[in-house]
Ligand binder design. Structure first.
Ligand code: G1P
Length: 268
């Protein structure tokens, strides 16, 4: 059963400074709810029961947001509507746990902070920069995991210009919207890229990934990359499937992307 998820939130948000200096972008609204709540609801509707939110001391505001605040509730207790709105957060409270990553050493290192928390053979990893609307991408990946008995990553074809922004997969076979992956490369140049299929932030990973991350080998940008750890697992015969997901991808990792995404959800 896939019932645990990891959401890394300890990044410094450098692409969106100064806006992210004291208010994490994951808390920014996207339509009527925050980016993070959209991601959490996707996880819960995909059947996830326990979610590890990786934060840092700088991002304690995320923990405060979900924690109940009796003093504040007392102040607004006469305002039923306000209380009702506040109580929306309660559905997440029991499902989320906070893990701290205080040195931003990369996505691979963030995932590694949960190595002793994952109890089943596979888990879901969701990156909050990548919002996917209109279809539950995590659910699609879980279905593909059971079908192919493999690890799975969400993928999408990107333009030549964009391959150097993403982890890219190479593949040996394609069955409709599923690829049999035979290579992972983090942010290649177009000349060295094995394809135009980019990894978008949803992964079903085997617990074996933690062994692969243990070496703490630094990759692109001097960071410990999850893509490199997946490539190592692939070499040691772990099966990986790429799932071309049905939903619409909203890139919230850049300011332009966020503004476009906000306008897009406003249409719904
Ligand atoms: C991360 C991953 C990359 C993936 C991307 C998806 O990169 O390292 O492989 O394609 O997320 O958004 P980042 O956006 O943190 O640079």
């Amino acid at each position: 059963m896939i019932n645990q998820a990891i959401i890394p939130l300890a990044g410094l948000g450098t692409r969106l400074l100064p806006l992210t200096k004291s208010f994490p972008k994951e808390m920014w609204p996207l339509g009527k709810v925050s980016i993070l709540e959209r991601i959490l609801s996707e996880c819960l509707s995909a059947g996830i029961k326990e979610i590890f939110l990786i934060i840092s001391d700088r991002k304690k505001i995320i923990k405060d947001y979900f924690e109940s605040d009796k003093e504040f509730e007392k102040k607004i207790f006469k305002n039923k509507k306000a209380l009702q709105q506040l109580n929306i957060l309660k559905k997440y409270k029991k499902k989320i746990k906070f893990v701290f990553q205080n040195k931003p050493l990369g996505l691979g290192d963030a995932v590694n902070t949960c190595k002793n928390k994952i109890t089943s053979s596979h888990f879901l990893l969701v990156l909050p920069d990548d919002v996917i609307i209109n279809s539950n991408c995590s659910k699609e990946l879980i279905t593909a995991h059971y079908k192919y008995k493999s690890s799975v990553v969400a993928i999408k074809k990107v333009s030549d210009r964009d391959v150097n922004r993403y982890g890219i997969v190479g593949y040996s076979a394609k069955n409709r919207n599923h690829l049999k992956i035979n290579q992972f490369v983090e942010k290649p140049t177009i000349q060295t890229s094995p394809s135009n299929y980019a990894i978008i932030g949803r992964y079903i990973l085997s617990k074996k990934i933690f062994k692969s991350l243990a070496s703490k080998t630094k990759g692109k940008l001097g960071e410990i990359q999850i893509t490199d750890a997946m490539q190592n697992l692939l070499i040691s015969n772990e099966k990986f499937t790429g799932c071309i997901f049905k939903g619409k991808y909203l890139d919230c990792g850049t300011l332009d992307g966020y503004i476009k995404s906000f306008n897009e959800v406003g249409k719904n």
